[in-house]
Ligand binder design. Sequence first.
Ligand SMILES: C[S@@+](CC[C@H](N)C(=O)[O-])C[C@H]1O[C@@H](n2cnc3c(N)ncnc32)[C@H](O)[C@@H]1O
Length: 196
Amino acid sequence: MNSRASAVAVEAKGWLSSEEGMALYRLASEAVGPVVEIGSYCGKSTVYLAAGAAENGTLVVAVDHHRGNPEMRFGSDCHDPDVIDPFLDAHDTLLHLRRTIRQAGLEEHVMIVAAPSEVAAGYWSNPIGMLFIDGDHSYDGCHRDYAAWAPNIAGGGMLVFHDATIPDIGRVTTEAAADGFVMVDDVGCMRIMRRP
Ligand SMILES: C[S@@+](CC[C@H](N)C(=O)[O-])C[C@H]1O[C@@H](n2cnc3c(N)ncnc32)[C@H](O)[C@@H]1O
C-alpha cells in the first residue's frame, strides 16, 4: 500500500484498526471481482479497500446512506459533532468520505453510492469479488445486508464482517456458514469467509 494512502487511512475518522485495515487491503488486492462495502462512514475502510482494488484493476462500490447508526446519535458514545452538517443540522458523512478518498489519490477506484444498502442492492445483480459488511450493527440490519448482497458473491469471492464479536453479527456469520461460506481467518473483530 502506498505511503500516501496509508497515511490518509490512519488519520481518517473510524474504528478500524491498522491490522484490520491492512487485511482488507490484502483481500481486495486479490479479490476475484469488484469490492462492495456496506458502511463507508468517513472512508477509513474505503481507502484500505480501494488501495487493494487499484492494484487489482478493479474498484470499490462504497454504499452508505451517510446518516449514521443509532449508536452515533447525539448523546451516544460514538457521537461526533464534526460529522453534523450545520446546513442540514443532521449527521452527514458524504463530504468527509469524498475528501478522504481524494486525499488518498483513489477517486478513480471508488464508486460512491449514497443510498440505503437495501435500496442499492435492488439495483445490483453483478458478481461481487469481495463483500465487506460494516453498516447497521443490529441483527436485523446486518442480516438484511447479508441477505441482500451475499447471493451475488462469486465463487472464490470473499465475505468479511466487521464487529463480528457483537453477538447479533456473530449470529449472521453462523448463518453464512450454514449457507456454505467457509471461515478462513479472523483479524481483530473481523471474520473473513469465502464462497467455495
Ligand atoms: C460503523 S460505520 C462504518 C465504518 C467504516 N467502515 C470505517 O471503517 O470507517 C457504519 C456506517 O453504516 C452506515 N449505515 C447504517 N445503516 C445503513 C444502511 N441501511 N444503508 C447504508 N448505510 C448504512 C452508517 O451511515 C455508517 O456510516
